[in-house]
Design a protein around this ligand. Structure first.
Ligand code: FAD
Length: 397
């Protein structure tokens, strides 16, 4: 049997290795457009490669994989995060799980992952053709018994390579980006971090209104000189990738500066601060979760100047509660976060049998990795998807 794998990235190389181990007699050829395989893996996780996640903090898979939840539920049963960890450890890669559940090689070096995979391909006899961009999958299907498409984020080149195959494509758009907010005072606090914040879309506009209302990214929030960033923002950018693209990244968002508190809890917290500090100016006594600079900004936004906690008018108190719980800002464009950029969209899941990842209408053609309409928030979940899908395709073949 002859198998062609198009794309020498995480999914393609992993699939090639697992396939060759199961079927040593099979001729497995990896076609890679770039000069070297696994070039992207080499830069993942800031050069450290966050290769999976312990999933300890995952309550529901749709919060991690906004696109491809059902597929990933099955995929993780076939090849879980624990399987990934065992697999790399068996290859001599010691791993560490950080407090935030992200898993890295103990060497903190992505090149160890790259070298491990490249070494295995070499030893197993996988044929690797670098600088070989495939331009037509139709032609490849004539020469090989099975063809695996693992070309990563969907580009025009990938679209033209798939020409004539009659596949449904979900429009590719970016996910995992920061948000631009033009507010000099907010921007001047660049570098400040709020550990437990939440960001949500205030969207009642259009058909997506109801969906938008449920989209909320929680976690640390980082103020930047162009707007906001950090895990809470990246999560929202992933959940709301399509809505934000549809409105050309012009939208209102609400920041909850005390993301762990609901409105009643914020009221109680402020009441406690007021009772304990009646003689202090509002600006001078504040929740320990916030910095004095950020608090001064929020107090100004609530229209409070030199009122004391002991005599704060009810209206001002209520305004402060609402600024803390849902501080509305206008997003004016998206930033360019390059640490872990992924594509939302690509080959629609309706084209494939999600248990085998084989194309429904083209026997012998398989898809794995980011080329499919599957993507995740940050934390090692995207690479996990690539390993799991690579394994599924190897099993299916
Ligand atoms: C800077 C950065 C950091 C990241 N960090 C992390 C992280 O720490 N953890 C995590 O889980 N995820 C991370 N990601 C996301 C993760 O890298 C991807 O989700 C993952 O690499 C997808 O694997 P893949 O095999 O589908 O695609 P890729 O790894 O992108 O591989 C696809 C390959 O196909 C090749 N190709 C494309 N078209 C053709 C063609 N026509 N012919 C031949 N070859 C072709 C490409 O050159 C490429 O080598 C990061 C992404 C970026 C950009």
């Amino acid at each position: 049997m002859k198998v062609a794998i198009v794309g020498g990235g995480a999914a393609g190389c992993f699939c090639a290795i697992q396939l060759k181990r199961r079927l040593p007699e099979t001729e497995v050829v990896v076609f890679e457009a770039g000069k070297t395989t696994l070039a992207k893996v080499a830069i993942t996780g800031g050069g450290r490669c966050n290769l999976t996640n312990s999933f300890a903090g995952v309550r529901s898979l749709d919060k991690v994989y906004p696109r491809g939840t059902t597929l990933m539920k099955r995929a993780l049963k076939v090849f879980s995060n624990e399987d990934v960890m065992r697999w790399f450890e068996a290859e001599g890669v010691a791993l560490v799980t950080q407090e935030d559940c992200c898993v890295f090689p103990a060497s903190q070096d992505a090149m160890q992952i790259v070298r491990t995979l490249q070494g295995l391909m070499r030893r197993l006899g996988v044929i690797v053709r670098t600088s070989s961009a495939v331009t037509s999958v139709k032609a490849l299907l004539e020469d090989f018994d099975k063809v695996v498409i693992a070309t990563g984020g969907f580009t025009r080149g990938v679209a033209s390579m798939l020409d004539g195959l009659d596949l449904e494509i979900e429009k590719p758009i970016p996910a995992l980006f920061t948000l631009n907010i033009k507010d000099d005072q907010l921007n001047s606090m660049m570098g400040a971090v709020v550990e437990d914040a939440a960001v949500s879309l205030c969207g009642n506009k259009g058909a997506n209104g109801n969906k938008a209302a449920k989209m909320r990214g929680e976690g640390p929030l980082l103020l930047t000189h162009w707007g906001i960033s950090g895990p809470a923002v990246l999560k929202l950018s992933s959940y709301a990738a399509r809505i934000l693209a549809d409105c050309q990244y012009q939208a209102d968002i609400a920041i909850s500066w005390l993301g762990n508190y609901n409105e009643d809890q914020v009221r109680s917290l402020l009441s406690e601060i007021a009772s304990a500090n009646p003689q202090k100016a509002v600006v001078n006594a504040y929740p320990e979760e916030l910095t004095s600079r950020l608090w001064a900004y929020l107090v100004r936004r609530a229209g409070i100047s030199d009122e004391k906690w002991g005599s704060i008018p009810k209206k001002s108190f209520n305004r402060l509660v609402s600024v803390l719980c849902a501080d509305v800002h206008h997003v004016d464009g998206r930033g360019h976060y390059k640490d872990e950029f992924v594509t939302c969209g690509g080959v629609a899941l309706s084209n494939v049998n999600i248990s085998t990842l084989e194309a429904k209408n083209i026997p012998g053609l398989y898809f794995a990795g980011e080329v499919l309409d599957v993507d995740a928030i940050t934390g090692g979940f995207n690479l996990q998807a690539a390993w799991s899908m690579g394994q599924i395709v190897a099993n299916s073949i």
